[in-house]
Design a protein around this ligand. Structure first.
Ligand SMILES: Nc1ccn([C@@H]2O[C@H](COP(=O)(O)OP(=O)(O)OP(=O)(O)O)[C@@H](O)[C@H]2O)c(=O)n1
Ligand SMILES: C[C@](O)(CO)[C@H](O)COP(=O)(O)O
Length: 231
């Protein structure tokens, strides 16, 4: 059944889904690869659409797959699909340009984080609604971290107490994300990085283990296991 988005919601979610998935190995674009029989993108959009604040979803799909992605997502939720770009940043910019007037909170969420629970979408949106201009979900770094040189010789041990592993959805006041993309130079790996360059504070909320990014084959196997055990 097609999920109904909230016409009174205040949140637009941009879903960059145009990446190749090189680190996952040969195959279809990553967002279209199957997890428990369904594309990663379907899992991701289903969970986004289940978040009560969500008014609009815009997916940036691989340019060659825009029509098939539209057809694939039609039974899942009412979404807008646009062609993505060569870099994640360009895909996000293309999706941002397609957000209609209305939502003043914009979240950017990787299709590759396919098992992200709706509760995390809501908690990031709530933090923006509460007054933060930019909000990212984070987890503590659990391993000891070393800095090394080009020859893999250890230069030192980094104080991990001050480090965080960053996830999506990342949430922004719409005007802030728009200004960050207008000012963007060389591509960065996340949108909060663009906002940092504007000098706007970025705040953290607790992330979720379920929001892992499916990057390598091990991650896909882990996601299969998590789904099989109830995620
Ligand atoms: N040109 C791009 C590159 C990435 N993405 C999206 O950005 C998210 C995070 O990127 P990542 O997981 O690094 O995906 P890929 O770029 O596909 O991975 P790889 O570097 O292994 O090719 C993914 O949902 C991916 O589809 C995108 O929309 N457009
Ligand atoms: C946005 C992101 O998911 C935050 O962890 C990440 O930066 C995406 O891209 P990456 O190329 O895998 O770092």
């Amino acid at each position: 059944m097609t999920a109904q988005l909230n016409p009174r919601g205040d949140v637009a979610v941009l879903v960059p889904a145009a990446g190749a998935g090189v680190r996952l190995g040969p195959g279809a674009p990553k967002a279209l690869r199957l997890l428990a029989g369904e594309p990663l993108l379907v899992h991701a959009v289903r969970r986004i659409a289940a978040a009560p604040s969500v008014h609009t979803v815009v997916v940036a799909a691989p340019a060659a797959d825009v029509e098939s992605v539209r057809a694939m997502l039609a039974p899942v939720a009412t979404v807008t699909v646009v062609p993505g770009g060569a870099e994640r940043q360009a895909s996000v910019a293309a999706a941002l340009a397609a957000v209609p007037a209305g939502p003043e909170i914009v979240l950017v969420h990787d299709a590759a984080r396919a098992l992200t629970p709706p509760e995390l979408v809501e908690s990031v949106a709530a933090a923006v609604r509460a007054g933060h201009d930019a909000v990212i979900p984070v987890l503590p770094v659990v391993d000891t971290v070393k800095e090394v040189d080009a020859g893999e010789r250890v230069l030192g041990t980094v104080d991990r107490a001050a480090l965080r592993a960053v996830q999506t959805p990342q949430g922004f006041r719409r005007s802030v994300l728009t200004a960050a993309h207008e000012a963007a130079g060389d591509p960065l790996t996340d949108d909060a990085g663009l906002v940092e360059k504007l000098g706007v504070p970025v705040d953290c909320v607790p992330g979720s283990e379920l929001a892992l990014k499916i990057t390598r084959p091990f991650d896909l196997a882990l996601a299969e296991h998590l789904l099989a055990t109830g995620a």
